[in-house]
Design a protein around this ligand. Structure first.
Ligand SMILES: [Zn+2]
Length: 65
């Protein structure tokens, strides 16, 4: 059921492979996963104590560094 969107040109910060990073959704949070090494990175970390922020739209911008 889950669809993943691969990030063109993105390089995994862990295994340095290119075009292996995909964005999926877990609990309404975009999570980037590397299909090669299993690296995971949450795109946002909304604090549980601030429910008023849940109205913000997460667009899942990813900046490989
Ligand atoms: Zn990787």
């Amino acid at each position: 059921m889950q669809r993943k969107r691969f990030i063109a040109g993105a390089v995994c910060p862990q295994c340095r492979a290119q075009d292996t990073l995909a964005v999926g959704q877990e609990d309404h949070v975009d999570v980037v996963t590397c299909v090669k090494c299993g690296y995971r990175q949450c795109q946002s970390d909304p604090p549980p104590a601030a429910p008023e922020r849940q109205g913000e739209h997460i667009i899942g911008i990813f900046h490989p560094d």
